[in-house]
Design a protein around this ligand. Structure first.
Ligand SMILES: Nc1ncnc2c1ncn2[C@@H]1O[C@H](COP(=O)(O)OP(=O)(O)OP(=O)(O)O)[C@@H](O)[C@H]1O
Ligand SMILES: [Mg+2]
Length: 371
């Protein structure tokens, strides 16, 4: 798939953008603070409805304006072409698909697929577990709208169950009132665990071979799901739910004492190893960066395999931190395969043959011009 036309209104530092990118490699070049990352962010929002950077949606609207929109016309191979739009008017967020307004914002997820790789992604490897869970949630949602929905239900249940646990701690009432919440927690939870397990197994296989290509067979990549309680080989939702229920029973008293839900997908993690060493603790910065890259390219291939069509690849500022070998691997990877947007502050990092094939655009103060 590729973005044929991208339109922003009062989004970040763009007053009005009407941009027709190329089908292949698009290089966005410009000084700092001109709007290069903002442009990639807008595309990412069209795929996920969420920003990777903004903590509040108000930040996405051009300062001084009441609302902002991002929209795109997208050409797809396996499905009908589609136009998508996200309108931010805090506290509201609206979406349109083929100009028709939809009630559920999550309906948009999966219409456009993208993989984003930026400097921040190193934090998936070395940051807190919450960042790895966010990675899982965003990426699995892209290929499974059902996951997105069940996750929202799960989060609601955890909140309500935590409230009840705190009430029980204060009142010392009969904990039998937990039963319906346990039912729901394990129902949604088991679904999420099953999907995460399957996703991580697939991604692990793919990332291993990508990582060995990126490092010229010098390093062995391994990643593993670390659920919050042992799954003991359980693979189906039914089996996982049984274990989950059983484990909750043994934790009942402790959960009430601490007033929170102690196990479940909200406590999951992923372990990454290079040459059998924990990359989070022992990896060099370059190793952590390459591990993140392997993971993201694996995700790309997984989406491509699942959707039968290559997603749009967004590379923010990553060339400067990679060596020549890895840089060339990225170009080889994306060449003739997908639409790519890559941001940089100068064109020195590109070889002539890459520049010849690419569409190059200058980004300056929220305007994009063919270079
Ligand atoms: N809501 C907003 N309204 C107006 N301007 C904004 C808004 N949000 C961000 N900006 C401006 O956008 C600019 C940053 O854009 P962006 O992050 O895309 O820069 P960049 O071109 O990627 O730069 P760098 O090379 O430093 O990464 C900043 O000058 C910032 O002030
Ligand atoms: Mg930037």
């Amino acid at each position: 798939m590729y973005i044929e036309r991208l339109v922003f209104r009062d989004f970040r530092n763009y007053e009005m953008l009407d941009f027709y990118p190329g089908k292949g490699l698009n290089i966005l070049v410009g000084d700092n603070a001109q709007g290069k990352s903002n442009l990639l962010e807008g595309i990412y929002i069209l795929a996920t409805t969420k920003s990777l950077r903004a903590s509040r949606e108000q930040e996405l609207i051009r300062v001084g304006q009441e609302y902002g929109t991002v929209a795109a016309e997208v050409v797809r191979e396996k499905r009908e072409d589609v136009s998508v739009e996200v309108i931010f008017r805090p506290p509201q967020k609206g979406i349109r698909i083929n100009t028709v307004r939809r009630q559920r914002v999550s309906d948009l997820v999966g219409e456009v697929n993208t993989v984003f790789f930026g400097l921040e992604d190193i934090d998936i490897i070395r940051g807190e577990p919450a960042l790895r869970r966010r990675f899982l949630n965003l990426e699995i949602s892209q290929i499974s709208p059902q996951y997105c929905y069940q996750l929202a239900c799960y989060k609601r249940v955890v909140e309500q169950r935590n409230r009840l646990l705190r009430d029980l701690r204060e009142s010392r009432d009969n904990p039998a009132s937990l039963a319906p919440w346990d039912e729901q927690l394990t129902l949604y939870g088991a679904f999420i665990i099953e999907r995460r397990q399957e996703f991580l197994e697939r991604i692990d296989k793919i990332a291993r071979s990508i990582h060995s290509a990126l490092t010229g067979d010098m390093e062995v990549y391994q990643s593993a799901y670390q659920p919050s309680f042992p799954l003991g080989g359980a693979r189906t939702m039914v089996g996982i739910r049984e274990l989950f229920t059983e484990k909750l029973r043994t934790l009942r008293r402790e959960e009430i004492e601490r007033g929170m839900s102690l196990i479940g997908p909200h406590r999951d993690d992923i372990a990454f190893q290079i040459d059998r060493m924990d990359v989070r603790l022992y990896g060099s910065r370059g190793q952590q960066r390459t591990t993140a890259l392997s993971l993201k390219l694996a995700e790309f291939l997984l989406i491509e395999e699942t959707m039968q069509e290559a997603p749009v690849l967004l590379l923010d500022d990553v060339l400067s931190e990679l060596d020549d070998r890895r840089r060339n691997q990225i170009f080889e990877f994306s060449e003739n395969r997908c639409q790519t947007f890559i941001t940089c502050t100068h064109l020195r990092s590109f070889q002539d043959n890459v520049l010849r094939e690419a569409s190059v655009f200058d980004v300056q103060q929220g305007r994009v011009r063919a270079a």
